[in-house]
Ligand binder design. Structure first.
Ligand SMILES: *Cc1c(COP(=O)(O)O)cnc(C)c1O
Length: 366
């Protein structure tokens, strides 16, 4: 089966390097907040050209800690998208702030007009989600946010390697929050995350918040979290850094085959303005008869998944969140029609060709 995540066929050289990294840490005697974390923070920062990187326990905490470090909490509203991982909205509520949901464009990314309708006096920030690895219109978003006197924030959990005007996702707002969950474009062999910022004070607070809110040893300045990127995961991530560009390039190469060769009128695709804008964490098509297409793919040995079948505003714990007064029709349509097909870096050219042929052969059964 051609699957979305095929970790077992990663290069043997990379697997061996990660095993050695884990062993190095185990033999070092230092397991939390040590040299491996510093080394990874530096490597990830120089890869992004980010002035400050603070490793944390996961991507959800990266958003929460970033918000709390910015002083965003009780009584503050943060506008984001209903078409995202639940973690995005969970992190806003965990920070004590109030999420507000705006609609998306047909490409899955936040719609600025809808965001504008959601703004109130309480609005403190827009949290953009670079969904599927796609970053877009960042100059417009920066102008929009500064024009409204609110902060621009980025959920980059899916966007390692995505660029806008040559600049990496995560560098456009007050902070960028990354996840290193195993399936992400840069994934640990467990949980991990990072907050990326150009603001030294935000970075300092994030480092305090991730470690109980401790400023110096045993001196508390906040009621923080325990959310540290441990030494084993940091060491493994450092070993994966030399591969990230190759893996993202391969994802783009696969996507460009799909973009040029998928020609089934029943299957919609969204093409980014420039190749660099999309890091293809996921390659997502839209199809009104999604279940049939998914079964057809399965019958031909191709896995597919749905990201995401239920938008945030239809989830039980978040169904009463305030949203765009005009509703979220594009998000609803997208949730009902989106289907993620394999585009992982370990796919062979034959795999990619097979996916193209099967999708182009698909027709609605009725
Ligand atoms: C994965 C993901 C998160 C959460 O990251 P974790 O490391 O699992 O906490 C947040 N937002 C988006 C868009 C994600 O895809």
């Amino acid at each position: 089966v051609i699957s979305l995540n095929d970790f077992k066929s990663e290069p043997e050289e990379l697997i061996v390097a990660q095993v050695k990294a884990a062993e190095r840490v185990i033999r070092s005697g230092r397991y939390v907040l040590g040299q491996e974390l510093l080394a990874f923070e530096n490597a990830f920062g120089s890869w992004l050209h980010a002035p400050h990187v603070a490793g944390v326990g996961n991507g959800t905490d990266a958003i929460e800690i970033g918000l709390r470090a910015m002083g965003i909490g009780m009584g503050d509203e943060v506008i984001t998208t209903s078409m995202t991982a639940f973690a995005t909205v969970l992190a806003i509520t965990r920070a004590g702030a109030t999420p507000v949901l705006a609609d998306i464009l047909p490409n899955g990314l936040l719609d600025m007009k809808s965001v504008e309708r959601c703004i109130t006096r309480k609005t403190k920030a827009v949290l953009l989600v670079h969904l599927y690895g796609h970053i877009s219109l960042m100059d417009e978003w920066q102008a929009f946010c500064s024009g409204h006197g609110i902060l621009l924030l980025e959920d980059c959990a899916q966007a390692h390697g995505a660029k806008w005007g040559g600049k990496s996702a995560g560098l456009f707002g007050a902070f960028g929050a990354f996840s290193f969950y195993p399936t992400k474009n840069l994934g640990a062999r467990g949980d991990g995350g990072a907050i990326v910022t150009a603001d030294p004070e935000l970075d300092r607070k994030a480092r305090s918040l991730r470690n109980y809110g401790q400023r110096d040893r045993y001196v508390q300045e906040f009621l923080g979290l325990n959310s540290r990127l441990d030494e084993i995961q940091a060491a493994i991530l450092s070993e994966r850094m030399p591969w990230i560009d190759r893996f993202v390039a391969r994802r783009r190469q696969i996507a460009s085959v799909y973009n040029t060769r998928l020609s089934n009128p029943r299957v919609g695709i969204a093409i980014p303005q420039f190749d660099e804008n999309h890091a293809y964490h996921l390659y997502v098509v839209n199809c009104t008869r999604r279940e049939e297409l998914s079964h057809f793919l399965q019958d031909h040995g191709i896995q597919s998944l749905i990201h995401y079948p239920i938008p945030i505003h239809h989830q039980e714990p978040t169904k009463n969140i305030r949203k765009d007064p005009l509703g979220l029709p594009i998000a609803e349509h997208h949730a009902a029609t989106c289907l993620s097909i394999p585009c992982g870096p370990q796919m062979s050219d034959e795999d990619v060709g097979h996916v193209v042929d099967v999708i182009n052969d698909y027709y609605e059964a009725s």
